[in-house]
Ligand binder design. Structure first.
Ligand SMILES: [Zn+2]
Length: 283
């Protein structure tokens, strides 16, 4: 499942192809993805100039000149393919249509953006740009982890008295938006905090220490995604998935990466999701 850094990488890949460019035609191949697609979607997109491409949590927001915003969520398996345009050092010709190409945007100038989603957990909607923050997908979200509203004071206040495990608290989108399983595991490892520890019982000093760590973990992953864009050599022009080495995620049974720690990384399941941690470094 794409997490925030992957979504940000997709946004950055789409930006030069879409921003300030007119959608010449929009092909909508089915009435729904995870939820019904907006009514008259093709007509509402056709002829619109894209005036901005933003990200909120794991949603890409494509602002159109006419005052509407296209909200895009990649779901579990959604992929964005760019063809007919230069991305980084590479350009890909238009691929043959595939079975799960659900939405295709043809841009003036020849670029094509294809949204392919075999499992159809992705979603798209159109809303007035002026009201997009109160759209049902976005209304309940907490602050962006890389934005100014996400601060040490905010996290201290939101964790105070909470009996849930810290892992669950950091996955709670109302506390901080867009953090997923992988980057929560990485954050807790670097902070030296056991994933099952009760959120409200962690000292204020350690809670504060997590805020710059969360930013650093995400920024490193976004940087890795950025280099994957510059090195855009995937055969089909797919955006957003890149090789990244994790400190703890997916390393069950392997030796901890902390210098002089010989412990083996363990995996436990919390709320149905795997948590990876070092039993010696994380308390
Ligand atoms: Zn360790």
């Amino acid at each position: 499942m794409p997490e925030l850094p992957e979504v940000e990488t997709v946004r950055r890949g789409l930006e030069p192809v879409m921003t300030d460019t007119v959608i010449e035609s929009a092909q909508v191949n089915r009435p729904d993805l995870r939820w019904p697609l907006p009514v008259n979607m093709s007509e509402r997109l056709t002829g619109q100039r894209v005036v901005g491409l933003r990200r909120r949590s794991k949603y890409i927001l494509c602002d159109l000149e006419g005052g509407e915003t296209l909200l895009i969520h990649l779901g579990m398996s959604g992929r964005m393919l760019i063809s007919g345009a230069q991305v980084g050092a590479f350009a890909h010709p238009h691929p043959a249509p595939e079975k799960h190409d659900h939405v295709v945007l043809n841009m003036v100038g020849g670029a094509r953006i294809t949204f392919n989603d075999a499992r159809r957990f992705g979603a798209m909607d159109l809303a007035q740009t002026s009201e997009v923050d109160s759209h049902k997908w976005l209304a309940g979200l907490g602050p962006e982890p890389l934005g100014n509203a996400f601060s040490e004071d905010h996290l201290v206040a939101r964790l105070k008295g909470r009996k849930m495990p810290i892992k669950s608290a950091l996955l709670d989108q109302k506390i901080v938006a867009g953090l997923g399983n992988i980057y929560v595991c990485e954050t807790l490892y670097r902070a030296g905090i056991h994933p099952a520890r009760q959120a409200g019982a962690i000292s204020e000093r350690r809670v504060r220490s997590m805020v710059p760590i969360i930013r650093q973990v995400l920024e490193e992953a976004i940087a890795a995604g950025g280099s994957s864009l510059r090195d855009f050599r995937q055969a089909d022009g797919e955006l957003g998935y890149f090789q990244h080495n994790f400190d703890v995620y997916g390393r069950e049974g392997m030796t901890c990466k902390t210098q002089e720690c010989q412990a083996e990384i363990r995996r436990i399941v919390q709320s149905g999701r795997s948590s990876f941690y070092c039993p010696a470094c994380q308390r």
